[in-house]
Design a binder for this molecule. Structure first.
Ligand code: GLN
Ligand code: ZN
Length: 774
């Protein structure tokens, strides 16, 4: 093994979608058949080359393994699965004679084909990125496929760079994988560790042979206490995996990165292994204050990489405090380096691309490129001493001070209202009284409804684009949206739905729509962040105190209600989801910010109610998503998240029916929280998991209205009447008809009209059959 020093400054990863979403365009062009694999490869290589040049220009070393090779065509977990040969049996046809999967095959595993469902997708730790879940069986045959890793490293070398390959580590890979269908009861992917580690060793050997001096293995599983597999087993696995990998003689030096939280009780196990460098997330976590002597001694012999530049948020932050944290690590080891706390793929590329942001606000921000520069600055400080970077530290401190005092950051009226809140502001009348008051809605048994959005047609999107370009006047745009609302109302009446929606045509996005109408938010032009695969979101920036200058949804909802005697649901996005899908100020507790948003929504609900809307839905699809990885933090989170939902909805009269919608079926984990929301009706995803969730619902004693989805809107497939009928029968067996609602899994905005109408017809027909007891 060759040893080489770890670079003084590095990042754990960089956005890979491209400054102008070039990768998204290329990948989608390949899917559409308008470019071939060779051209896609070429464009990806150009992007990687530009990234390396950029990172070097921003101050990372060209030849010291400082630049990570963190590119992915779709997802880093899928990359790891393919690199270790873990392709599910249903995709065996995609594996070539040499055991590799070509680009087309790779995308097929990600996106499915015909009856072969894609890998499941789920959230990556506490971020809004979604990875593909590997499926493993006791007999999955692992094999090493290093060609892509090696090719990217060599491509860099040819351009004059010595970079650092990055790979999801073996423990995290297994901890995130799920047992393949048909695997025996009790089988855990982590049971396969001993079979997988030699394959990783082979990958490392190939990289060493190509000349890689360092490799980065990402092990965020080591910081999480919220995995499907027990913490004890994960900690045990670390020792087994890294003792074995470390024992290899033909390997690069190993850097284990542990982003998204503190290593805490996993640190002793990792420290005891022969890995050469450990990356700490010092933004979310810390190094335990007291270390046992053995751990302290082990750490003294390793490079400790201080993740002090927040990779997960867009604030410029307190650079001087970050440097203090780096210096503190120097007490533990003579070899310390600086890095981002996580990969930077959670943030957009470059603040300088934003021409329309307020200049003062822009000065408080750091996107990926600014963060790389911060890392480079701190690394210089490490080498040359604090005085060498004093001007940069002082500038960041001055920017923070500017931010603290800027108008809009602290608005007295908003603060006073928050301080004046009392316990009673968070509670409605009791449920029984509400049920009685809501009888005036005169709903049938098993009421039918939808989750809110109807298909966002090309016409709708075109109208919005023309409004932005100034080709449509505000009045023309409103007229076009009203026409669409009328069409959607008539359609729902014809279908025979009981509770109607206006269809949300006017919403570009369920968070951005509100961010644009609330004070305290800014939106970006190019601030795209990968959500999954080629999908990106453009989070808004919540920078100041939040308030509502004027009603946001009332005119649309009342227009819709004016068209029909049936109740039309008002439709709002809840405070937790607005926070989860935005970049949120970091200068006060999230709970305070959430309550500000909640008060704005509370006013909106009052206005909707006053103008005759009798049912109001407040969507919280992100409630589960923000749940902290550490058990000790979850209670506080659930307190403020549930509290803010209640604050938003509690002023509604007893006769107003409050609905909420949650996009997932892992009901069990947060059941108490869902119950505490105290919504009159909760709709959840259930069709995808074939109604399994109703068992949890019933077992939990949940006693409010519940609408387990009967139509999986993630696929264009139309469920048959019989299929919906069976799902409903299954639900009705466990949930009393008086509380059971009938609805799809989620909103219909990504669906086409043809399948939507057919599916809703089947839902109505099946509901009638169940009501009639046939
Ligand atoms: N009301 C939203 C819609 O129907 C809810 C979307 C969501 O849950 N993500 O589109
Ligand atoms: Zn949903």
């Amino acid at each position: 093994m060759t040893t080489s020093e770890f670079p003084k400054g590095t990042i754990l990863g960089y956005p890979r979608i491209g400054r102008r979403r070039e990768l998204k365009r290329a990948v989608e062009a390949f899917w559409a058949g308008s470019i071939d694999a060779a051209e896609l490869e070429e464009r990806a290589a150009e992007l990687r080359a530009a990234t390396r040049e950029r990172l070097a220009g921003l101050g990372l070393g060209r030849a010291d393994s400082a630049i990570p090779e963190s590119f992915s065509f779709y997802d880093q977990v899928l990359d790891a699965a393919v690199a270790v040969g873990a392709v599910p049996a249903r995709f065996a046809r995609l594996v070539g004679d040499d055991g590799t999967v070509d680009l087309a095959g790779y995308f097929t595993i990600a996106r499915g084909e015909g009856d072969d469902a894609p890998l499941e997708m789920t959230k990556w730790f506490d971020s809004n990125y979604h990875y593909l879940v590997p499926e493993l069986a006791p007999d999955t045959a692992f094999s090493a496929h290093a060609d892509r890793l090696v090719a990217e490293f060599e491509e860099a070398k040819a351009a004059g760079f010595l970079t650092r390959p990055v790979l999801v580590g073996p423990v995290t890979f297994l901890a995130l994988a799920k047992a393949a269908d048909g695997a025996p009861e009790g089988f855990r992917p982590l049971d396969r560790l001993a079979d997988l580690v030699p394959v990783y060793a082979e990958l490392l050997a190939r990289l060493a042979a190509a000349g890689a001096l360092w490799v980065q293995l990402d092990e965020p599983a080591l910081v999480s206490e919220s995995l499907d597999v027990s913490r004890e087993r994960v900690i045990e696995a670390i020792g087994a995996a890294y003792d074995a990998l470390g024992a290899g003689s033909d390997r690069p030096s190993i850097f284990v990165a542990a982003p998204y939280g503190g290593l805490d009780d996993a640190l002793p196990a990792l420290a005891a292994t022969p890995v050469e460098a450990i990356g700490f997330d010092l933004v979310k976590g810390s190094v335990p204050a007291s270390l046992d002597p053995a751990t302290a001694e082990s750490l003294a012999g390793k490079t400790l990489v201080a993740g002090v530049v927040d990779g997960h948020n867009i604030w410029r932050g307190d650079l001087a405090a970050a440097f203090d944290r780096v210096e503190a690590l120097a007490n533990l080891s003579g070899s310390v380096a600086v890095s981002s706390s996580t990969s930077l793929f959670h943030v957009p590329h470059d603040v300088a691309d934003e021409t329309r942001l307020d200049g003062r606000l822009a000065g408080w921000l750091a996107f990926a490129d600014q963060k790389v520069a911060q890392v480079a600055t701190l690394a210089t400080g490490l080498v040359e001493g604090r005085s060498a970077i004093e001007p940069e530290l002082a500038a960041a401190t001055a920017s923070l001070a500017d931010r603290a005092l800027a108008p809009g950051v602290r608005v007295p009226g908003v603060r006073e209202r928050l301080e004046g809140l009392r316990g009673t502001d968070f509670s409605r009348d009791d449920y029984a009284a509400r049920v009685a008051a809501q009888e005036s809605l005169a709903l049938p048994e098993l009421p039918t409804t939808t989750i809110g959005s109807f298909p966002q047609t090309a016409d709708i999107r075109r109208a919005r684009a023309r409004l932005v370009k100034g080709e449509l006047t505000e009045a023309e745009y409103t007229a076009a949206m009203r026409e669409e609302i009328e069409r959607v109302i008539r359609l729902q009446e014809d279908l025979g739905l009981d509770v109607l929606v206006h269809g949300e045509p006017e919403r570009n996005d369920m968070v951005q729509y509100f961010a644009e109408l609330l004070d305290g938010f800014a939106v970006t032009e190019h601030g795209w962040v990968q959500s999954y695969g080629s999908r990106c979101t453009r989070p808004s920036i919540l920078w100041g105190d939040v308030s509502r200058p004027e009603p946001m949804t009332v005119s649309w909802s009342t227009y819709a209600q004016s068209l029909t005697p049936k109740p039309v649901k008002g439709m709002l996005t809840g405070p937790v989801t607005i926070l989860a899908w935005s970049f949120v100020r970091d200068d006060q507790p999230l709970g305070d910010t959430a309550r500000q948003v909640a008060l704005a929504l509370r006013d909106e609900i009052a206005d909707l109610e006053a103008s005759g809307i009798r049912i109001i839905q407040v969507d919280e699809p992100a409630l589960r998503e923000l749940l902290p990885l550490k058990l000790a933090d979850q209670r506080d989170y659930l307190d403020w998240s549930v509290g803010s939902f209640r604050l938003a909805t509690a002023a509604a009269a007893a006769a107003t029916q409050v609905h909420t919608h949650l996009c997932y079926s892992e009901f069990g984990v947060v059941i108490d929280a869902i119950r505490n929301l105290d919504a009159d009706v909760t709709s959840i995803e259930a069709a995808r998991s074939r109604m399994e969730v109703v068992d949890d619902v019933a077992a939990s004693g949940f006693d409010h209205g519940i609408g387990p989805g009967v139509y999986d809107i993630h696929s264009p497939r139309v469920p048959s009447v019989d299929e919906v009928w069976q799902l409903l029968e299954r639900a009705a067996a466990e949930i009393p008809a008086s509380r059971l609602w009938v609805n799809p899994d989620c909103g219909l905005k990504t669906r086409g009209y043809e399948e939507t109408v057919a599916s809703l017809e089947h839902i109505i027909e099946a509901t009638r059959a169940v009501r009639a007891g046939v």
